[in-house]
Design a protein around this ligand. Structure first.
Ligand SMILES: Cc1cc2nc3c(=O)[nH]c(=O)nc-3n(C[C@H](O)[C@H](O)[C@H](O)COP(=O)(O)OP(=O)(O)OC[C@H]3O[C@@H](n4cnc5c(N)ncnc54)[C@H](O)[C@@H]3O)c2cc1C
Length: 461
């Protein structure tokens, strides 16, 4: 394998660090964590494992490798600062969703395999709670549960079928409508919903910075401001940066939506963007007006283009979704004014009682999406990869190391490690569908997006 970075794709996105070397936060979460960017790699070094990307995937894998084999020499190369990508910008929903939804996953994999996939995702949710508790990571974790809301009849019918499938598989999801629904949220737009008590929410920037500190305390070297410019497969794998070089027995590409910029699976894992707007902190009577005061439930609307909304620790409403798009050539952006306007309009439609509320922050980021919305984990010789979480990767990317580390240690012939039997998820070794190069890839995405939006409109969702 040989990869080369195309830096032009980053021209429209803000760098993580300004010219004086100070951190430049993107979005609200990153403002809540002070960051002193680390020094770039400025030497040639050798190590056992080189990880590219310090988001949840990269840091989770570093954590698990050190947990199972404490003397392993692990190095992380990060282009910006740890958590500059999706891991430090997302909605913070830690949830078990995989694929489009449970019904879709059952249809694609069959009921038994879908059940296994969702059970793995619940282990991932539990894992996040456990790591946060075991290591005392301060990330405002709140066990809010998660309520998927139906805004139209067609979605309600699908939700009922999905609930039946969930019960057959032994999951304790609950149907809510009328007064029971109003205990969680009040809006004329929501007819009913399905409640899952297990998901939680976090401040993702605090979690990812907490994970960085944790792996550093275990001896992992994290080089920030160090974009990988070139990778050359072989034994060892050679990774070149602007002022350094790493030779590693194994490498992990933990890049999710950024892989395409290095030429890694650009036609299979698409760099799709999603955006968020955030209000000022709300007073108790404002939250009561929409029924959100007591339960603090995290919510999503059931549509092709979902809306996700939740409260922050200081009672702001985070409201995201509405659209999701890829830009021509696979370019990266942090902002899209059209989507911000549409999000605010939708917020007012859902919550007319909150008309005077001020929005203080707007931001977005890139995630890796495959055509069928399933992730891809795998390896080519001694180079491993994980990504394509398709918009719901917080739980699974934090669990990625539990899946990857045992396999990496076995592949390296490490026999004295304390690792458990590796998980064997259906997406290990799975290559997502090939979608061509631009302009075909771009036009295909736009056509698909148009169809999905049209279906949402026709259904009145
Ligand atoms: C706005 C938004 C909202 C979201 N909301 C949710 C949600 O609520 N719940 C949920 O489950 N999922 C959500 N997601 C998705 C979730 O955030 C991701 O699936 C997850 O964070 C992926 O983590 P990662 O470590 O694989 O990738 P990333 O966090 O993107 O990490 C990749 C890292 O690689 C670095 N990098 C890129 N190029 C190079 C290079 N050449 N050399 C070195 N480093 C490089 C980047 O700077 C970045 O830090 C959201 C995503 C976005 C963008």
């Amino acid at each position: 394998m040989r990869l080369t970075l195309d830096p032009r794709l980053f021209q429209s996105a803000a760098p993580a660090v300004d010219e004086e070397g100070r951190h430049r936060p993107v979005g609200y979460w990153q403002e809540t964590v002070p960051v002193a960017p680390g020094a770039p790699l400025a030497e040639r070094l050798r190590c056992d494992v080189a990880i590219v990307g310090a988001g949840f995937t990269g840091l989770s894998t570093a954590y698990h490798l050190k947990k199972y084999k404490p003397d392993l020499d692990v190095v992380v190369l990060e282009a910006g600062v740890a958590g500059h990508g999706a891991s430090g910008r997302n909605g913070g929903f830690v949830m078990p969703l995989i694929g489009w939804d449970l019904l879709y996953t059952v249809q694609k994999l069959g009921e038994e395999a879908a059940g296994a996939a969702y059970r793995l995702m619940y282990r991932a949710v539990a894992h996040v709670k456990r790591v946060v508790a075991d290591h005392g990571i301060d990330c405002d974790l709140e066990a809010t549960g998660y309520l998927l809301l139906n805004t139209c009849e067609a979605r309600e019918r699908r939700a009922r079928r999905e609930l039946e499938a969930a019960h057959r598989l032994g999951f304790d999801h609950e149907w809510l409508e009328g007064a029971a629904l109003a205990e969680h949220i009040r809006s004329d737009c929501f007819r009913s919903g399905v409640f899952d008590p297990h998901p939680c929410v976090v401040n993702p920037a605090k979690l990812v910075r907490g994970m960085k500190a944790l792996v550093e305390s275990l001896g992992v070297r994290v080089y920030e401001r160090t974009p990988l410019l070139e990778l050359e497969g072989g034994k060892p794998v050679c990774l070149r940066t602007e002022s350094g070089e790493v030779r590693a027995r194994q490498a992990l590409l933990a890049l999710n939506g950024y892989g395409g910029a290095l030429g890694f699976m650009p036609s299979r894992v698409l760099p799709v963007h999603t955006y968020i707007v955030l209000t000022e902190p709300l007073r108790a009577e404002q939250l009561d007006a929409v029924g959100w005061g007591k339960r603090r439930t995290s919510l999503e609307s059931a549509r092709n283009f979902i809306h996700y909304f939740r409260l922050t620790a200081d009672n702001r409403i985070l409201f995201g979704g509405e659209d999701a798009t890829m830009y021509y050539g696979g370019r990266y952006y942090d902002r899209d004014e059209k989507v911000f306007r549409a999000l605010k309009d939708r917020f007012h439609e859902y919550f007319p009682a909150l008309r005077g509320v001020r929005f203080t922050h707007e931001w977005g980021g890139v995630l890796g999406v495959s055509l069928d919305m399933f992730p891809t984990f795998g390896q080519q010789d001694n180079i491993f990869h994980a990504g394509a979480y398709s918009g719901h990767g917080v739980a699974l990317s934090n669990y990625a190391g539990a899946i990857l580390a045992p396999r990496m240690l076995r592949a390296a012939g490490v026999t004295d490690a304390e690792e458990p039997e590796p998980e064997n998820p259906f997406f290990y070794g799975r290559r997502p569908a090939w979608l061509g190069a631009d302009p075909v890839r771009y036009l295909g995405v736009q056509a698909y997006r148009y169809l999905l939006r049209a279906q949402d409109r026709l259904q009145g969702a």
